[in-house]
Ligand binder design. Structure first.
Ligand code: SF4
Length: 381
């Protein structure tokens, strides 16, 4: 297993907190974001991680949030100059930034074009009625227009985040939303169900007209079919691409590979090849506390051996590639071949996995459908 060659950067501010959002993000106005100070903290954070974990050259970088597009491209450029001084960024590295359609314009994308090569647009819906119910700050036209602008500026790797299961949504509205999205021919679509998380405004006061589970299942089936017929490969439970343009950065998480993470509330995962141990490192959630932090690796926590099977499959079982290989699991988990073999046999007994060709296993339909039960079966007693 290789050293980390991926970096996640968290920008924790948004113009307004969306009622369904449980990410580590804080509503504010653009002028109140201490951009320079935050970037200084990010670079101190990366210095500490790089000194402690000696990562490889960076092959993927993902700037997420929050709303990273609230940052001035000049400051983002300064951040990348700092990163390059610490860790070399490969010339063909995938560099993604999440962009909220309500916060970007041509000038900004032009400036970002020399830094990033993949954009993930948080569109959510191309129907203003649903954008309103999600209290997003952008309209469908804002989203369409900024994506067209990105194309005209030669961005060749564009993702659209689209949700289904929205308050009051019918199956035909849901499919129409997908059709409008497909008409723009994005390279990648993250198509996922709105989930109501406890610690959110929707969690405290859920919308009354959410689709029931039967309707959600119908939406899911019809949407998967629509995307497949349009030539998009479903390579992860909620992620679809064409022309092989999978998100290389997110594949790092799903394959249980190592990555660095910097920023308020960011997580990193690193493996010690000598001691065969896996650590997770989390940064303070609150931006102020994070920017005051002096020791960015003190929160390193050893992942206990008994938690590793759950954590591995929590990520790996999201991929739809039908390739579970014993040696690969051993390499990523540091469990012994006998331990991994025992885990696979017990999952096979429950019909969560089955043997496929070449000594490999694959997740069964039951494993995907009852993913939660499968994961619970992997938890320590
Ligand atoms: S814009 Fe995105 S990160 Fe910000 S509050 Fe809304 S959903 Fe959360």
């Amino acid at each position: 297993m290789k050293k980390a060659s991926s970096l996640y950067i968290h920008m924790p501010w948004c113009l307004r907190k969306c009622p369904y959002c449980d990410f580590n993000s804080y509503g504010t106005s653009r002028i109140l974001i201490p951009q320079e100070k935050y970037v200084d903290a990010l670079l101190r954070n990366l210095t500490a991680m790089s000194d402690a974990y000696h990562p490889d050259e960076l092959k993927t970088i993902f700037i997420g949030g929050g709303t990273p597009s609230l940052f001035d491209p000049v400051i983002i450029n300064k951040l990348f100059e700092g990163i390059e001084q610490l860790i070399h960024i490969e010339t063909d590295a995938e560099i993604t930034m999440e962009i909220n359609p309500g916060t970007a314009d041509r000038k900004q994308l032009e400036a970002l074009g020399g830094i990033i090569n993949r954009i993930s647009f948080g569109v959510q819906s191309l129907n203003d009625r649903y954008l309103k119910s999600l209290r997003r700050i952008h309209s469908a036209n804002d989203a369409l227009s900024i994506i067209k602008t990105a194309r005209s500026l030669n961005f060749r790797n564009i993702n659209m985040d689209i949700m289904y299961g929205l308050p009051g949504q019918t199956i035909s509205d849901c499919i129409e939303d997908l059709e409008r999205s497909l008409a723009i021919e994005p390279d990648h679509i993250s198509w996922y169900e709105l989930t109501i998380e406890d610690d959110t405004e929707f969690g405290r006061n859920p919308p009354q007209n959410l689709p029931n589970s039967d309707l959600l299942a119908d939406m899911s089936e019809a949407g998967i079919e629509k995307l497949r017929n349009a030539g998009y490969e479903r390579y992860e439970i909620s992620n679809y691409c064409r022309d092989g343009k999978k998100c290389r950065h997110n594949l790092i998480y799903w394959n249980f590979d190592d990555y660095l993470g910097i920023g308020a509330g960011a997580h990193a995962k690193v493996s010690d090849q000598e001691t065969k141990r896996i650590y997770r490192i989390a940064q303070p959630l609150k931006p102020d506390e994070y920017m005051r932090s002096c020791n960015f690796i003190e929160n390193a926590e050893l992942v206990s051996k008994s938690d590793i099977p759950f954590q591995y499959f929590l990520n790996r079982a999201r991929l739809m590639d039908n390739r579970l290989e014993l040696t690969d699991i051993v390499e990523h988990t540091f469990l012994s071949p006998v331990e991994v073999s025992d885990i696979l046999k017990s999952m096979e007994k429950e019909n969560y996995v089955e043997r496929s060709s070449g000594g490999m296993y694959r997740i069964t339909d039951k494993g995907y459908l009852y993913n939660n039960d499968m994961l619970i079966s992997l938890l320590p007693d």
